[in-house]
Design a protein around this ligand. Structure first.
Ligand SMILES: *[C@@H]1O[C@H](CO)[C@@H](O)[C@H](O)[C@H]1NC(C)=O
Ligand SMILES: *[C@@H]1O[C@H](CO)[C@@H](O)[C@H](O)[C@H]1NC(C)=O
Ligand SMILES: *[C@@H]1O[C@H](CO)[C@@H](O)[C@H](O)[C@H]1NC(C)=O
Ligand SMILES: *[C@@H]1O[C@H](CO)[C@@H](O)[C@H](O)[C@H]1NC(C)=O
Ligand SMILES: *[C@@H]1O[C@H](CO)[C@@H](O)[C@H](O)[C@H]1NC(C)=O
Ligand SMILES: *[C@@H]1O[C@H](CO)[C@@H](O)[C@H](O)[C@H]1NC(C)=O
Ligand SMILES: *[C@@H]1O[C@H](CO)[C@@H](O)[C@H](O)[C@H]1NC(C)=O
Length: 377
């Protein structure tokens, strides 16, 4: 009996320690933050804005661009500035001209790898150099072909949410990336009340649903836990992976119920992570239900829909609600030029078969790909 208890005790200690412990004495905000359900800066719930992160994965293309602009539709936050969504972009079939347009509508453009190749499991074992080519590659391509300042591309999401743990974060750190948003959190305790984003100064602390997870410490790099949504008992970290709503009102209710779990408890940022093509295009009512949800948020003066990077900027400088309108002031942007080039590649000019590509600048010599993201000859 004693031996069994000892084994159980050992297992409990072992399992407990498989995730890093964060000691807040040695992790002082705003630069460092432990995993927590508390607002940053010691703010009360009443002083805390409810941030909402709306993110979409994959190529920006004519098939989804109109749906994005339909949702944006001059929608504003309580301070009168445009709302901001986040786009985790991969290269294949991405339209860099439309990407440019979204960026200059004040949307965040982030990385989702250059190649995004299947099978998903291969992403668990990539080296630092391979991750650098994938994350740095798509960042270079977005900067060049969509004419977006490189320093504004700050976020990363692993293909299929499958990272290689430390190798991925080492590459991110080397590239100066600000945050990752690839790791689900599904436990009841950390989704109700939901946990806030935190830094990896003292290591990765939430659920390791898709191993490997980072074991090292990555000071200054943030992780945004993908707090799971719940729909009638099914849970999902990508909103399109729960049972699909069958009507406009079910869609609205699904999003609203999950939003309220955040809004009524910890006020941790509420994220909706979607692959638009899978959810909107075979059912226009889901797009309408999503819009109805955004319309309902627009009636609340403490709810701000912001790009993930700007939400984390606020966490590093947590102003109370009264100062939030000023904090999330309308970004002033200097429009960079974008001409429309339609590029076409086949044969030796493309390592992956015939491809079209829309670019803001002159067509590169060969189809851009992992290892040659600028398509140099
Ligand atoms: C946290 O760190 C401080 C200072 O190093 C130490 O005194 C304290 O015991 C630590 N707390 C825990 C719970 O480990
Ligand atoms: C959404 O996208 C689909 C596919 O491109 C398109 O048929 C539909 O008209 C779009 N709806 C809106 C409101 O943008
Ligand atoms: C890839 O990584 C996973 C998870 O760390 C591991 O279980 C697997 O053995 C690795 N595969 C190869 C071929 O190295
Ligand atoms: C969840 O929280 C409760 C109350 O704090 C605690 O008793 C329980 O052990 C926690 N469960 C897990 C899996 O962490
Ligand atoms: C849950 O399922 C019931 C029955 O299928 C449905 O009427 C209800 O709208 C669903 N709830 C949500 C939030 O979709
Ligand atoms: C949140 O609070 C609202 C208003 O008090 C209530 O109607 C709703 O049921 C609550 N939802 C959750 C998920 O707690
Ligand atoms: C580039 O995007 C703009 C929208 O911002 C559109 O008006 C234009 O037709 C696009 N050009 C091409 C070649 O797709």
């Amino acid at each position: 009996m004693q031996r069994i208890l000892a084994v159980i005790f050992f297992l409990a200690v072992f399992l407990n320690q498989s995730q890093a412990q964060c000691n807040s004495t040695n992790c002082v905000g705003p630069a460092c933050r432990c995993m927590s359900t508390s607002s940053p800066g010691g703010l009360t719930k009443a002083q805390t804005p409810q941030l909402v992160f709306l993110a979409f994965d994959g190529a920006i293309a004519t098939t989804n661009y109109d749906n994005y602009t339909f949702l944006l539709n001059k929608r504003i936050n309580p301070n009168g500035c445009p709302i901001g969504m986040t786009f985790f972009v991969f290269h294949e079939y991405n339209d860099y001209n439309l990407t440019h347009s979204l960026y200059f509508k004040r949307q965040e453009i982030a990385t989702h790898s250059m190649s995004h190749l299947t099978p998903a499991a291969t992403w668990a074992n990539k080296s630092v150099a391979e991750w650098t080519d994938e994350i740095g590659g798509i960042r270079d391509a977005l900067s060049k072909f969509a004419n977006i300042p490189k320093a504004e591309i700050r976020g990363a999401r692993a293909p299929f949410l499958q990272s290689s743990g430390d190798a991925t974060f080492t590459a991110m750190k080397n590239l100066g990336m600000f945050y990752d948003c690839s790791f689900p959190e599904t436990s009841v305790n950390r989704t109700n009340p939901p946990i806030w984003p935190y830094t990896l100064d003292q290591g990765f602390q939430h659920e390791c649903a898709i191993p490997p997870c980072p074991k090292g410490k990555f000071p200054g790099v943030w992780t945004v836990p993908m707090v799971a949504l719940n729909r009638n008992g099914t849970i999902c970290s990508m909103a399109d992976a729960c049972d699909k709503p069958n009507t406009l009102d079910e869609t609205y209710q699904y999003l609203m119920d999950n939003f309220q779990r955040h809004y009524n408890t910890s006020k941790a940022p509420f994220g909706i992570y979607l692959t638009a093509n899978a959810w909107f295009q075979d059912a226009e009512y889901r797009l309408q239900g999503y819009k109805k949800f955004l319309d309902a948020l627009s009636t609340k003066d403490d709810v701000y829909i912001v790009p993930i990077a700007r939400g984390l900027d606020w966490m590093k400088n947590p102003k109370p609600l009264a100062e939030v309108p000023n904090f999330f002031s309308c970004p002033t942007m200097t429009q960079t030029p974008c001409s429309s080039y339609s590029c076409y590649y086949e044969g030796d000019a493309s390592p992956v078969g015939s491809r079209n590509m829309k670019s803001c600048v002159t067509c590169p010599d060969v189809y851009p790909w992992t290892g040659n993201p600028l398509g140099l000859p």
